[in-house]
Design a protein around this ligand. Sequence first.
Ligand SMILES: CC(C)(COP(=O)(O)OP(=O)(O)OC[C@H]1O[C@@H](n2cnc3c(N)ncnc32)[C@H](O)[C@@H]1OP(=O)(O)O)[C@@H](O)C(=O)NCCC(=O)NCCS
Length: 373
Amino acid sequence: MPGLAGVPAARSRISDVDGQGGVLEYRGIRIEELASKSTFLETAFLLLFSRLPAHLELERFTADITRHRRIKFKIIDLIKCLPETGHPMDALQAAVAALGMFYPGRSVRDPENNYWSAVRLIAKLPTIVAAFARIRHGDDHVPPRDELSFSENFLYMLTERVPDRLVADILDVCLILHAEHTMNASTFCGLVTASTLADPYTVVASAIGALKGPLHGGANEEVMAMLREIGTVERVRPYVYAKLEKKEPIMGFGHRVYKVKDPRAVILQQLTRKLFAQYGKSPLYELVEEVERVGLELLAHKKVYPNVDFYSGIVYEQMGIPSDMFTPVFAMARVAGWLAHWLEQLQENKLYRPDQIYEGEHGRRYLPLDQRG
Ligand SMILES: CC(C)(COP(=O)(O)OP(=O)(O)OC[C@H]1O[C@@H](n2cnc3c(N)ncnc32)[C@H](O)[C@@H]1OP(=O)(O)O)[C@@H](O)C(=O)NCCC(=O)NCCS
């Protein structure tokens, strides 16, 4: 079965998608409810521990994450040694793998160790992402500030400015929307690594590697490239027609599972409107709306609708996040889902060792070098 399409890779209780109904649930709670009522850290707790935290539990979890946001100076030094032209996902993967070297030999069978590993990874990913974004331009790393919320602090570490409340709240919703999505490529990759009983830093480093590819995490960056290529509202219709004529995809449209509009795209579209109502419309906003209008006209009959990546790029750009940092921001959110799957895998671990269909030859003779043609 190419790509294991339709083959269940695990039993899971973490999230579920109804692609026909356009429903996404984390631990049975609909994404719309979490996006409007929860925070990223509360949602991360829900994913990890399968229930919403009580008041004191949430306070403790938030305080633990806040306390672990700092990264060791050796990790900063490592980031300084990376080429500034390198992709931020490679920097993130290298730094996360290195992070594990500071916490060696801790058994993954000990729930206490596993709690602290999850806390460290959720807490430190934004610090690593922001540090690379600044250091590659020759700027200093901006250390985290404890009084700022998770999302406020990330934008502060990235831009050295405390963001407006609305902007930080919208980023927090974006992180909720990206925190988990059933058995996708990066989650599966993390699970395979987890099944060898590797440490969680290695699990997350593997998942980051899988997320980097353009078929998985990179589509929102490509939506922004498409909008820039189109340039003006008048050019949208000819551009979309030409793409479809050449049988090329409109980026940010279509999904393997959703055959209606992705529920996360619906929420992001509302957030985009809110953001641009507050800060004034950018030319890109008008373009994105026109691409959706024309795209729907031509693709809805094939059940191809905007996906989560269609609006996320334009939201991140308005926040001052550089476009090659979109996938690292995705990783900052998805680490919660990866870790939830890692913990679930450990409950009844079985080493992944799939079969294959061998199509090669048997019984060939080894020819010495001087007898080969
Ligand atoms: C995600 C994606 C790979 C899913 O592809 P898929 O599962 O093969 O899609 P479907 O089988 O539902 O496609 C049905 C039809 O719609 C077309 N289609 C799907 N997505 C399309 C898109 N983005 N633009 C134009 N046509 C598209 C297919 O070519 C196919 O046409 P056909 O029946 O004439 O051959 C695909 O939609 C895509 O490449 N999208 C753009 C990249 C993107 O935004 N990725 C992020 C996903 S979250």
